[in-house]
Design a binder for this molecule. Structure first.
Ligand code: PLP
Length: 359
């Protein structure tokens, strides 16, 4: 078949979509993807392997992930009145949510934000409206958001709390104003909840159009792929119809349940990451020319003087350290870099190379 005939068969959206690019990172210090840098202690690994011996890979997994849902409810204090939908990462939850919308629907989010909202919306032929954040500190621009809501009547609004790649929590008063004005659903994406110290989980009780999305990826289980949505059963029962029955494999169900049932280990890792975040921010902020932004996540966003972001990014890469260069995205992210918090040794290495390159 000739390649020209692709456009006769495939969705027109595919011609405009660029594949999601993940850089090769073999042998590098990975500070680019908000992973937890810590592994599990040996005793814990032994216990985990014992749990995995109970797995039955010859059988289909529990399609309702009942045991895992109980562990999630307990670990994340999900209100009893809320229902849960599990996805193979929150990326899949986003896909399920957007597949449920009527064709022609508008999806709205502030920008810059998590790129998969736009990517998945456009791949499904939906319209995506991005409302620019305020240019000085990346705060939600409430008046622009409210006029965009009025103008575009979005079926669904995404608010990442805290936001990626900027790291900040939007003020609750602004989010509450968006919740009141929204004509449709509002998804508060709490991917960084373990590091944030605040959550909309309790607000699910009062607000039937609010949905809270979480993932275990940033907590320390990025390789497993588990994300979830919580919200009113009225909505979740419809989304559930689009979930493929066995999307959460038996190894993920057992491993995630095991990890959630050992909250102390994960909490100790989170505490270490949060205290390192404060140290890294203090040290980066003291470097001449670095503009530092607030972070309630496990990464920090910085801006460098004109012309420096890409050269510092390349210099770090040559030294074996991978961070995220946001400069190519342009706009508000011009000259911006995003650095994931690692272990104390990893952060020390990053800071010393960073000083060498900017000094
Ligand atoms: C990382 C991230 C996700 C995706 O998480 P997965 O569960 O790994 O798919 C979702 N939302 C935000 C804001 C993120 O930063």
């Amino acid at each position: 078949m000739k390649t020209e005939s692709r456009s006769a068969l495939l969705r027109p959206e595919l011609e405009r979509i660029r594949p999601y690019h993940v850089p090769v990172s073999d042998g590098m210090l990975k500070l680019d993807a908000m992973e937890n840098p810590y592994g599990w202690p040996a005793e814990c690994l032994d216990e985990w392997v014992k749990v995995l011996r109970e797995a039955k890979p010859n059988r289909y997994p529990d399609p309702a992930s009942r045991a895992l849902k109980q562990s999630l409810r307990k670990a994340d204090r999900i209100p009893d009145s809320a229902e849960l939908l599990l996805g193979n990462g929150s990326d899949e939850v986003i896909q399920i949510l957007l597949m449920a919308l009527r064709p022609g629907s508008v999806v709205l989010a502030p920008e810059p934000t998590f790129v998969m909202y736009r990517q998945i919306a456009e791949s499904l032929g939906l319209s995506f409206v991005g409302v620019p954040l305020e240019s000085d500190r990346f705060c939600l621009d409430l008046s622009a958001t409210l006029s965009a809501i009025e103008h575009h009547n979005p079926a669904l609004i995404f608010l990442a709390y805290p936001n990626n790649p900027t790291g900040n929590l939007f003020p609750r008063a602004k989010i509450d104003a968006v919740l009141s004005a929204a004509p449709g659903l509002v998804v508060v994406d709490e991917a960084y909840a373990p590091f944030a110290g605040d959550s909309y989980m309790d607000s699910l009780r009062e607000n039937p159009r609010l949905l809270v999305m979480r993932t275990l990826s940033k907590l320390g289980l990025a390789g497993l792929r588990l994300g979830y949505l919580s919200g009113a059963p009225h909505w979740l029962s419809e989304f559930e119809k689009l979930r493929l029955p066995y999307n959460i494999g038996c190894l993920t169900q057992l491993t995630a349940g095991f990890a959630l049932d050992h909250p102390d280990m994960l909490q100790a890792q989170v505490n270490a990451i949060v205290s390192e975040r404060e140290r890294v921010m203090t040290e980066l902020g003291a470097i001449h020319g670095v503009t530092l932004y607030d972070s309630a996540a496990n990464f920090v966003l910085i801006r460098l003087p004109f012309g420096q972001a890409t050269s510092v990014f390349e210099g770090l890469k040559a030294a074996g350290i991978l961070i995220k260069n946001l400069h190519p995205q342009g706009g508000l992210l011009t000259e911006c870099l995003r650095i994931t918090i690692g272990t104390p040794d990893e952060n020390a290495r990053l800071l010393s190379e960073f000083r060498r390159l900017t000094g």
